[in-house]
Design a protein around this ligand. Structure first.
Ligand code: ADP
Length: 486
C-alpha cells in the first residue's frame, strides 16, 4: 500500500477523543447500571434481613429487661422506636404485659380481639415443635397492606414454672420508604455521575489529544521542510518524550539537510574552480603562450595542479563514501609502529630540506600494532599534511608516541594558528573547512572526516586539542589488546 493511501485511510479512523469519550461512556453506564442493580435488587433483601436481626435483638433486650423488672419501660421504648407491637403472655396465653405501636390494625391486636389469641397460640406451638429458642416469620398484613415480621420467643421466669412467651410484630414498611429515598437519591446520583462523566470526558480527551494535535500540526510543518519548528510540548510524560524525540530527529534531519546543501555547494564550488582554471589556462596556451615554451610550461603546470586537485577531490569523495557505506573491508595485519611512522616521514624529506619544515618523530619504545597499515598510513598522512598546511610561519611539527599500559597514543602536534573553541567540534565533519583558508592550501574538507571514519572502523579513540594562536594536537590511541610488544 502506498504511503499516501495509508495516511488517507488513517485519516478516516476515529479520533483519540472519540475513543476516550466512548470508554468513558461505557464505564459510566456500567457504574450506573451496577448501582441501580445493587440498590434495586439487593437493598430490599438486605434491609429485610437487617430488620429481622433488629427484631431478634429487641427480643433479647426485652427479656433482659424483664429479668431486671423493667419490661414495661423497655417495651415502650422499643415499640415506639421500632414501630412494633409487643406482647408477653404466660404459657396458657394469658396477657402478662403488652405495648402496641401499630394501632388497631396490628395482627396481634386483631388476633386477641377477634380470635382470642388463636394465631399466637399457633405460633407458640410452632416454636415448641421447632425446638428452637425463637421463631421468625414474614407475613402479609392485609389490613395494613404491608409485610410484617412476626417473632416469637419463650423465656423462663421466676414467677412461674412454665415459660412465658414474647411476641413481637414489626412492620417491614420502613424498608420501602428507605428504598424509595435511596432510589430518589439514585436518580440524582445518576444525573450527577452522567454530568461529571461528560465534563471529565471532555476535559480528559482534550488534555490527551491537544498535545498530540499540536505535535501533528508542527510535524506537518516540519514535513513541509520547516526545520525551525519547536516541538516542545508538555502535558504528560509520553508527550514530553515524543516531543524530545521529534526535536532530536529534527536536529538530525536538519543537519543532514544542511550537509546535503553544503555538499552540493562545496562539490560544485570545488569542481568549478579548478575546471575554470583548467579552461582559462588551456585557452591562454591556445591563444597566447602556445609558442612561448617557458610560459606554456608554467601554464601547463597550473593545469596539471588543478587536475590533481580535481582528482584528489573525487578520490576523497569516493573514499569517504566507501568508508561510510561500509563497503571497504579493513585488511589488518601486525606491523611495527616505528617502521610505519618512519616510512610515512620519508615522504616529507623534500619538504624538510627545501622548505625548512622541522618535522620530527619523538618515539617511545616500539610496539607491534594490529591495524590496516594502508589506512593508518592515510590517517598519519592527513594529520601531518594538515599540520604542515596550518602550521603557519613556525613550521614545527612533532609526531609523538606515548606508550601506556592500556594503549599507544600517537600525537601530531603543530604550532600553527590553532582552531577556535567553537569550530573545534566541527573539524571532523564532512566538508568542514576553516574559513578564509587560502586557496593555495590544497584541501577538500574531507581529510579529517576520512580519518574519523578509518579510526572509528578500527575502534580507536581519537580527538584534537587546540588553542587558538598556539597550535593543535591531533591524536589517536591504539588499544593494547590490538598490539604486541617486541
Ligand atoms: P582540509 O582539506 O580543508 O584540510 P580537513 O578535513 O583535513 O580538510 O580539515 C578540516 C578543517 O579543519 C580545515 O579546513 C582546517 O580549518 C581545520 N584544520 C585541520 N587541521 C588543522 C590544524 N592542524 N591546524 C588548524 N586547523 C586545522
Amino acid at each position: 500500500m502506498k504511503r499516501s493511501d495509508k495516511s488517507e485511510k488513517q485519516g478516516k479512523g476515529r479520533t483519540l477523543r472519540y475513543y476516550v469519550a466512548w470508554y468513558y461512556i461505557v464505564f459510566t453506564v456500567l457504574v450506573i447500571v451496577l448501582l441501580w442493580v445493587f440498590q434495586y435488587f439487593f437493598l430490599a433483601r438486605y434491609y429485610r434481613s437487617a430488620r429481622i436481626r433488629a427484631v431478634s435483638n429487641v427480643g433479647s433486650m426485652l427479656i433482659e429487661s424483664y429479668m431486671e423488672n423493667d419490661i414495661d419501660g423497655g417495651m415502650k421504648r422499643a415499640a415506639f422506636d421500632n414501630s412494633m407491637c409487643i406482647v408477653v403472655t404466660d404459657s396458657g396465653g394469658a396477657l402478662i404485659t403488652g405495648e402496641n405501636n401499630l394501632g388497631s390494625l396490628s395482627y396481634f391486636m386483631r388476633d386477641r380481639v377477634d380470635s382470642a389469641g388463636y394465631y399466637m397460640h399457633q405460633l407458640k406451638q410452632e416454636l415448641i415443635e421447632s425446638g428452637q429458642p425463637e421463631l421468625t416469620k414474614i407475613m402479609k398484613n392485609h389490613a395494613l397492606k404491608s409485610e410484617e415480621i412476626i417473632y416469637c420467643r419463650s423465656f423462663e421466669t421466676s414467677e412461674s414454672s412454665e415459660p412465658y412467651y414474647l411476641y413481637i410484630e414489626a412492620s417491614v414498611e420502613p424498608v420501602d420508604s428507605t428504598v424509595s429515598i435511596i432510589r430518589e437519591q439514585l436518580v440524582y446520583i445518576t444525573i450527577i455521575i452522567a454530568e461529571m462523566a461528560f465534563i471529565l470526558t471532555l476535559f480528559i480527551s482534550k488534555r490527551l489529544s491537544d498535545p498530540i494535535v499540536n505535535l501533528t500540526k508542527k510535524a506537518k510543518k516540519f514535513a513541509e521542510g520547516d526545520f525551525t519548528v519547536d516541538f516542545e510540548e508538555h502535558g504528560y510524560t509520553e508527550i514530553t518524550a515524543l516531543s524530545e524525540v521529534l526535536d532530536k530527529a529534527e536536529d538530525e534531519i536538519g543537519k543532514v539537510n544542511k550537509l546535503r546543501q553544503d555538499l552540493i555547494a562545496n562539490i560544485s564550488h570545488d569542481l568549478r574552480t579548478p575546471l575554470t582554471m583548467v579552461k582559462a589556462y588551456a585557452e591562454m596556451i591556445r591563444d597566447l603562450s602556445g609558442d612561448d615554451p617557458v610560459k606554456r610550461a608554467e601554464h601547463l603546470g597550473i593545469i596539471i595542479d588543478e587536475a590533481d586537485r580535481l582528482s584528489n577531490l573525487v578520490n576523497n569523495i569516493l573514499e569517504l563514501s566507501k568508508l561510510e557505506s561500509g563497503t571497504i573491508e579493513l585488511s589488518c595485519s601486525e606491523f611495527s609502529l616505528h617502521d610505519k611512522i618512519h616510512d610515512v616521514l620519508t615522504r616529507y624529506t623534500l619538504l624538510i630540506e627545501e622548505q625548512g619544515y622541522d618535522i620530527a618523530f619523538e618515539p617511545d619504545e616500539d610496539r607491534k600494532v594490529y591495524a590496516d597499515p594502508d589506512k593508518l598510513d592515510q590517517v598519519l598522512y592527513n594529520f601531518i599534511n594538515n599540520a604542515i598546511n596550518y602550521s603557519g610561519e613556525k613550521k614545527i611539527i612533532r609526531i609523538r608516541q606515548i606508550n601506556s599500559e592500556s594503549c599507544t597514543r600517537i600525537e601530531v602536534e603543530d604550532n600553527g594558528k590553532g582552531i577556535s573553541k567553537e569550530l573545534l567540534p566541527k573539524v571532523f565533519d564532512r566538508y568542514y573547512r576553516g574559513e578564509k583558508i587560502k586557496r593555495d592550501i590544497v584541501g577538500t574538507g574531507l581529510g579529517l572526516s576520512i580519518c574519523k571514519e578509518i579510526l572509528k572502523r578500527h575502534n580507536f579513540a581519537f580527538g584534537v586539542l587546540s588553542e587558538e594562536g598556539k597550535g593543535s594536537t591531533f591524536w589517536f590511541e591504539i588499544p593494547t589488546d590490538r598490539e604486541k610488544k617486541d
